[in-house]
Design a protein around this ligand. Structure first.
Ligand SMILES: O=C(O)CCC(=O)C(=O)O
Ligand SMILES: [Fe+2]
Length: 399
């Protein structure tokens, strides 16, 4: 038999088992002159230089306490590996709906792993969500299906540690799990751990204090996220945003956003203006989130941000995102850390110095928050409201 005749069935069998991962590439950047935020860059190639950590901690201070956003450059993570993750995300969102729906997020328990369609009914905005979102939905008198935060869909993948072995894996994830797990861990080692060391230096804590509190090997609801904002018309965007522009803070400790080129993410600056986040080649945009604010009693700023209509030259492009969300875990008490700096600033409440004070764990807080925001089928307007769990309080809504 000719070798090609032997090869052919093999290739076919492999294809039948493994969906092909088509390489995804970034679309062109916008040519519009948007009002970009001026974000500090943290060059992690300096981390291991003599005095490098101290210099970087100095660079990070303003970002952490005033702006809340910064861009990590020279992380040492190869862009080809980043693009592979985007390609997995792209392939996942092209999967049949039944496959995507195999493992939905369990919001009833405040868990965020799996597929999130985020289908909800809101008042009379008149915006129709993507066809895919309407499948299987029952019409609801007077309401229209819409999603929060610009209509995105997500696949959230937990840390690759034994505690999460039982979380269901979609086939794209199962078939590329080695690569995904390695990427998770690499991101932790090369970026997240280092950022926590810099923060600990700022707070005059032992260098590993915050890294240990968010240790990769311990249980916490961290997740790698593939996310897509499907294309909507200008009119649909306008109507959705007339209802809510989606200003929010993130729930956990840190959020990392890998560079993608469709503009739309805006942050609210300390001066109260909305400015766009500019993609930085090879960079990772990072922001501090609510639980870091709790752990530092307001010293670290969880910045308000939102995703708005892409510029005209990108409105027809689906906005594929790759993000990582760092959460505090079950062994991290949500109380002010014993930082000499915070103590001098008068930011450690007396009761937080009491080792016997009953505390909420990071996981319990985050799950309560996720449940409150996501475990509902009808989205309520939340202006002026806040969420509170055992003394930990955050605003629900920003305009
Ligand atoms: O897509 C983005 O650029 C940011 C999304 C975001 O803010 C979020 O998912 O919390
Ligand atoms: Fe966010």
């Amino acid at each position: 038999m000719a070798p090609s005749a032997i090869e052919q069935p093999d290739t076919q069998t492999i294809r039948a088992k493994k969906p092909l991962i088509k390489p995804w590439t970034r679309p062109s950047k916008t040519s519009e002159d948007l009002d970009w935020a001026d974000l500090p860059k943290i060059d992690l190639s300096r981390f291991d230089e003599p005095g490098g950590k101290q210099a970087l901690a100095h660079d990070l201070l303003d970002a952490l306490t005033r702006v809340g956003f910064w861009v990590v450059v020279n992380s040492g993570i190869d862009d080809e590996r980043v693009l592979r993750q985007f390609s997995f995300g792209d392939a996942f969102f092209r999967e049949p709906l039944e496959e995507k729906r195999r493992f939905p997020c369990n919001f009833a328990e405040g868990e965020y792993f799996g597929y999130r369609e985020n289908s909800r009914w809101v008042g009379d905005t008149g915006v129709k969500e993507n066809v895919e979102m309407k499948l299987g939905e029952v019409p609801y008198a007077g309401y229209v299906l819409i999603t929060r935060w610009g209509g995105n869909k997500q696949l959230n993948i937990p840390k690759a540690i034994p505690a999460y072995d039982s979380v269901g894996k979609h086939r794209i994830v199962a078939e590329h799990y080695g690569e995904i797990a390695q990427f998770h861990r690499e991101l932790w080692d090369k970026v997240i751990r280092k950022l926590f060391v810099l923060m600990a230096i700022i707070l005059e804590l032992p260098e590993d204090f915050l890294a240990d509190a968010h240790d990769y090997d311990r249980e916490s609801d961290d997740h790698l996220r593939y996310m897509i904002y499907n294309v909507r018309t200008q009119e649909e965007w306008d109507r959705a945003q007339a209802y809510s522009k989606g200003g929010h803070t993130d729930f956990g400790s840190l959020t990392l956003l890998f560079s993608q080129h469709v503009a739309g993410l805006q942050i609210r600056t300390p001066e109260g203006q909305w400015k766009y986040v500019k993609p930085v080649d090879g960079g990772i945009t990072c922001n501090a989130a609510d639980t870091l604010t709790f752990l530092t009693n307001g010293f670290i700023k969880s910045t308000v941000h939102r995703v708005v209509t892409p510029p005209k030259d990108q409105i027809d492009i689906a906005r594929l995102g790759l993000l990582y969300f760092v959460r505090p875990g079950s062994s991290t008490p949500m109380k002010t850390v014993p930082s000499p700096l915070l103590d001098r600033l008068g930011l450690i409440p007396e009761e937080d110095k009491d080792p016997n004070k009953p505390t909420v764990s990071g996981t319990d807080y985050v799950r309560a928050r996720v449940r409150d925001v996501h475990y509902k089928t009808v989205l309520d307007k939340r202006e002026g409201t806040s969420f509170e769990f055992k003394g930990l309080k955050v605003a629900n809504y920003y305009d």
